[in-house]
Design a protein around this ligand. Structure first.
Ligand code: C2O
Length: 347
């Protein structure tokens, strides 16, 4: 059977927090109504296509608009499910043991380290983006992606490092500010590469994770995770690397648990989280495009019917299934088309 999130009334204290975390609850604000089933945006005319831009190449107007949207979200009170604080808590709730899968009160629900990783985060970004757009009255608003898989995107995008911006987060690694290049398989030790070597290394890492290690859907998405299973059945190659290393590279090693980006419970507090995950989500689409005949979504009903709860922009509580989010056109968003130089970087 598929994993399902139970009603938020059974959301409890997160029992998987690191000992240093000072958090009592990650649960979303209660809802007076029961969840409604997700419906995609009605049609193209009422819901224009949103194009998510590469963060490093976004223009000043876009950056100003995005700053306004994040500022508006941060200005909402924490008991508003659309607030930045509540959005950040979503990650903690689904990753640090606030829920048990519906029907299995003894188990923790965990959306990482399994085939739920890609679809859960797609849902999360979908609602986050629509809330931002509605807060600034722009139905075309799209969140940026951190294009760390291409040379021009391999440092922290500048819009996030301006200390006066709501996109800034002080809990980051102070040594990893631009123009420092990211190491896509960072393990806590600084590699001794020149910039050219680092770029080359990163492209080979991408080739290895996206192509060599991801020839089939079951390898790409990660291990099955069904109702009643223990969590953490096994991540897919992209969840493993570069997803994890990018988190660790961003978080502050002086903080007790690598906050913010370096720990599940705090990662959503850094606005950079959502740009990192937009690129992860883009990798799903890129992977499908590399070999449309063999790189398909999974067809197992226990994957397709797995479901999560989110608040939308209204805000109303929505139950959304994996099968609802397989088609980006239907969700009315796409990614700016940028080169993928790693496709020819065979190690
Ligand atoms: Cu939900 Cu990047 O982790």
């Amino acid at each position: 059977d598929p994993v399902a999130t139970p009603d938020i009334s059974s959301c409890g204290p997160p029992d998987q927090l690191p000992p240093s975390a000072n958090v009592l609850t990650c649960c979303p604000p209660p809802s007076s109504a029961s969840p409604v089933d997700f419906a995609p945006p009605a049609d193209a005319s009422s819901s224009p296509l949103r194009t998510r831009p590469a963060a490093h190449s976004a223009g000043a107007d876009y950056v100003a608009k995005f700053n306004r949207a994040i500022a508006a979200m941060k200005a909402l009170p924490a008991d508003d499910p659309r607030s930045f604080a509540a959005q950040a808590s979503v990650h903690c709730a689904y990753c640090d043991g606030s829920y048990s899968p519906d029907g299995f009160p003894g188990l923790d629900l965990q959306v990482h380290n399994s085939w739920l990783f890609m679809p859960f985060h797609r849902c999360y970004l979908y609602f986050f983006e629509r809330i931002l757009g509605s807060l600034i009255g722009d139905p075309t608003f799209a969140i940026p992606f951190w294009n760390w898989d291409a040379p021009d995107g391999m440092s922290m995008p500048a819009m996030y490092t301006d200390q006066s911006s709501p996109l800034f987060d002080p809990r980051r690694n102070g040594r990893h500010v631009p123009p420092k290049l990211i190491d896509l398989d960072y393990n806590g030790r600084e590699p001794r590469f020149t910039d050219n070597q680092q770029v080359d290394h990163n492209l080979r890492v991408m080739y290895r994770q996206m192509i060599s290690l991801s020839p089939t859907p079951s390898l790409f998405f990660g291990s099955p995770y069904r109702a009643g299973d223990d969590p953490n059945q096994g991540p897919g190659p992209v969840e493993n690397i570069p997803h994890g290393p990018v988190h660790i590279w961003c978080g502050d090693p002086e903080q007790p648990a690598g906050e913010d980006m370096g720990n599940f419970y705090s990662a959503g507090r850094d606005p950079l989280f959502y740009a990192h995950h937009a690129n992860i989500d883009r990798m799903w689409a890129v992977w499908k495009g590399l070999d449309p005949r063999r790189h398909t979504d999974l067809t197992d009903p226990d994957w397709l019917d797995a479901s999560f709860l989110f608040y939308d922009e209204d805000p109303k509580l929505v139950r959304i299934r994996v099968r609802d989010v397989l088609d980006m056109d239907r969700l009315r968003y796409r990614y700016q088309d940028v080169p993928t130089p790693w496709t020819s970087a065979r190690p």
